[in-house]
Write a protein that binds this ligand. Structure first.
Ligand SMILES: [Zn+2]
Length: 152
């Protein structure tokens, strides 16, 4: 761990103890170069996804990617655009406390797809928002502000 003050690369752990009922390890570190002391927190990079029915499962970015890939299977969307969406989801998941709602993940993906691909957006929205009625689709299409083709 690098010293945040003088950026020396090798700092020493002078104390290590559990916090948050063992979910976190708190370490005091000392820099041999400038003498600065600082604290680090270590926690498992496990985030729980809370599904709509209340069930939980570990967050898995590859599952999110699979869902997006299926949605965009035949769409001309560049892979790095999908990478960006997944990266945004991962950032949200890992900066959350310990859990993230499935709805939140869905909202991030929808946000990314909205500007990327209208068809993909509507497909994902139809699953994510569990559309029941055609009017739901119409409302989403209206929200996208797609221009209707003009018939002469
Ligand atoms: Zn230092």
């Amino acid at each position: 761990m690098r010293c945040p003050l003088c950026t020396t690369n090798d700092t020493r752990v002078v104390d290590s103890r559990q916090a948050e009922e063992g979910r976190t390890i708190r370490r005091r570190r000392a820099c041999p170069s400038c003498g600065h002391r600082f604290t680090t927190f270590e926690r498992a990079a496990v985030v729980v996804v809370i599904k709509r029915d209340g069930r939980c499962q570990p967050f898995d970015a590859s599952k999110v990617r699979l869902g997006v890939d299926i949605t965009l299977a035949d769409r001309p969307v560049p892979q790095d655009a999908v990478d960006d969406i997944i990266a945004t989801v991962e950032r949200a998941a890992y900066t959350s406390q310990d859990s993230i709602h499935a709805d939140e993940i869905g909202a991030i993906v929808l946000d990314g797809l909205r500007d990327l691909d209208e068809v993909g957006y509507l497909r994902f929205a139809s699953v994510y928002k569990e559309f029941q009625k055609a009017s739901d689709f119409e409302r989403e299409v209206a929200a996208l502000d797609i221009e209707e083709p003009v018939n002469d």
